[in-house]
Design a protein around this ligand. Structure first.
Ligand code: SF4
Length: 176
């Protein structure tokens, strides 16, 4: 039987930036998707997961680049390290996001992030790596303006980001 519970029964569209569905590896959905049924297929289609069933509400002043960075940093530490795409890929995602949050990003970073968003799940052995880029993917998909403003105007869209780096790390791009 289909669940009739929707995200609208959980969060109210007011001062919200996003609803994060699925726990640590969940995806962030905009308030325009509050009517999404709380069920496996609709959530996956939107970019989130049922996961641990944890629902988090992000306030309107949340910069989604910073949120994706924090989430990716946490997941990089939680990776068990058995396979390379998850062990190093999630760390690289977090590092690239740190650069963008610090207004040191360049437009080419967006394409590299897209590559990692495919590389990590495609090469990971378990569900952790498969879901780890969800934060990045949903932040980038639903709030591209946050990334653009940091990269093109060197400004945080919500005025809340504190730089975490003083220099860009220049690393060799090794993905095919
Ligand atoms: S994908 Fe799973 S097995 Fe591979 S490093 Fe990540 S947590 Fe470990």
């Amino acid at each position: 039987m289909k669940s009739c519970v929707t995200l609208a029964t959980i969060g109210q569209d007011g001062d919200l930036r996003a609803i994060v569905v699925g726990g640590a590896e969940g995806g962030a959905l905009p308030t325009s998707l509050l009517d999404t049924p709380f069920d496996y297929d609709p959530l996956e289609e939107a970019g989130a997961i049922v996961g641990s069933s944890v629902i988090e509400l992000l306030p309107a002043n949340t910069c989604m680049v910073a949120w994706a960075m924090d989430r990716s940093n946490y997941l990089a530490k939680e990776s068990c390290g058995k396979c390379v795409p998850c062990r190093l890929g999630v760390k690289r995602i977090a590092g690239l996001l740190e650069g963008i949050v610090s207004d040191l990003g360049v437009s080419g970073d967006l394409a590299v992030l897209d590559e990692f968003a495919s590389y990590v799940p495609n090469g990971s052995l378990c569900g952790f790596g498969t879901q780890a880029p969800n934060a990045l993917k949903t932040a980038k998909h639903y709030w591209p303006d946050h990334f653009q403003m940091h990269i093109e105007e060197q400004q945080c869209p919500t005025g809340t980001c504190i730089p975490v780096r003083a220099h860009r790390y220049v690393t060799k791009h090794v993905l095919p």
